[in-house]
Design a protein around this ligand. Structure first.
Ligand SMILES: [Zn+2]
Length: 390
């Protein structure tokens, strides 16, 4: 079936400023942007002045809508990918790790077929391996038995099981063997990300020198900032080449702290992530994370001892929060939720921008910044109000 989709009369949130015009998708790509576009046989969507931006790219997500990536069942991933567009998400990295090396290897091998599938759903770009090479002192909600010192060969086995689809690995640079691991991650084509770390400023910088260029949920699960030992936070904020994840639910990090971090990071280095658990976007309050019970309350899921296990606010809410907390316009917010994370995931040449030749991954937002419709690779896969299509 030829699938052309013509979106009429949208306000494109472009870095150069808002532009009211049409956008034409042919197959899975954007092929034209301009005024009074016409296309024979194209399905038409009348946006009537809705904001149009690049779909959200969530590179740190463990599930949502009741589906969990701590599983060996690829249907959990495909079901999530079908659900996520209702929150504006059009691509993602599956963030996961197993309880031990054998199970991690088996999980990656069995989830791998869900990557790159051409279905009308969000595209799974690959894996974000969050662990097992993390510092137990900053483990967050991970069970200490899951964590180990870095072994380069172990990572290479994971990358092989994932058929090269691990796109990001979070590791603690102060652990023995971490710097050799960092260069192996980079050589394998993935992003080496510093996180769950008790590193000093110097140890963090050594991690950057070894190839790390990204920081996993800045502020959370890392040595806090001290005036005489800046630790990973100051090292990250001062490194102009490093991108940093911010969880923008308002609970992981106080809005004022997010705002301060954004002043240092700017629009090119900030990456909004959800760190969502399977409970996100559901009415369920109780669940499990890393073998431990968690309970959802005001935006986050917490363990019994109060440790935050992840966010339950979905990506659309993180986007609205970013606009409000950071005081930025919609086009800038799309850089934080779409183009910057696409780059970190190695998909910056085809995802995250409204440009000819880019994948037609689109989200339409109303005046309250609520998701009205989502297009995944040219397919209109979510429509909040069915009455809008012509
Ligand atoms: Zn996480």
């Amino acid at each position: 079936m030829p699938n052309k989709l013509l979106i009429k009369d949208a306000v494109l949130a472009l870095p150069s400023g808002p532009m009211r015009c049409d956008l034409l998708c042919d197959g899975h790509r954007i092929v034209a942007i301009g005024r009074a576009l016409e296309a024979d046989g194209a399905a038409q969507f009348n946006a009537n002045g809705l904001t149009l931006g690049p779909g959200f790219v969530d590179i740190h997500v463990h599930g949502g809508g009741g589906y969990s990536f701590f599983s060996s069942d690829p249907r959990e991933v495909t079901a999530y990918a079908a659900w996520a567009p209702r929150k504006g998400v059009t691509s993602l990295l599956v963030s996961t790790v197993g309880p031990n090396a054998d199970e991690t290897t088996a999980m990656l091998a069995s989830l791998e077929p869900a990557i790159g599938v051409h279905s009308p759903a969000a595209e799974v770009l690959g894996f974000h391996l969050e662990g097992p090479f993390l510092n137990p002192a900053r483990r967050g909600a991970f069970h200490p038995d899951m964590l180990r010192e870095p072994v380069r060969e172990e990572f290479l086995r994971y990358q092989e099981a994932a058929r090269g689809h691990i796109r990001q690995v979070t590791f603690a640079p102060e652990l023995p063997g971490a710097l050799a691991l960092a260069s192996a991650i980079v050589v394998s084509g993935a992003t080496a990300a510093i996180g769950h770390t008790d590193a000093t400023l110097q140890e963090t910088n050594a991690g950057f020198e070894a190839g790390a260029c990204h920081v996993t949920h800045l502020f959370n699960a890392m040595r806090p900032m001290h005036q005489r030992e800046g630790g990973p936070i100051v090292a990250a904020l001062l490194n102009d080449d490093a991108t940093c994840e911010l969880v923008c639910d308002g609970a992981h990090v106080a809005p004022e702290v997010l705002r301060l971090a954004y002043r240092a990071l700017g629009p090119n280095r900030t990456v909004v992530v959800t760190d969502n658990l399977h409970l996100a976007g559901t009415n369920t309050a109780m669940g499990h994370f890393g073998g431990l019970e968690v309970e959802a309350e005001t935006g986050v899921a917490k363990r019994r001892d109060g440790t935050i296990a992840g966010s339950v606010e979905t990506m659309d809410q993180h986007f609205r929060n970013a606009v409000r907390f950071l005081g930025i316009d919609l086009a800038t917010a799309f850089r934080l939720t779409s183009s910057n994370p696409a780059r970190v995931a190695g998909a910056g040449k085809r995802k995250g921008l409204l440009e000819r030749g880019y994948d037609a991954d689109l989200v339409l937002l109303d005046g309250n910044v609520e998701v009205v419709a989502t297009v995944c690779r040219g397919d209109l896969v979510y429509l909040a109000d069915e009455g809008r299509t012509a």
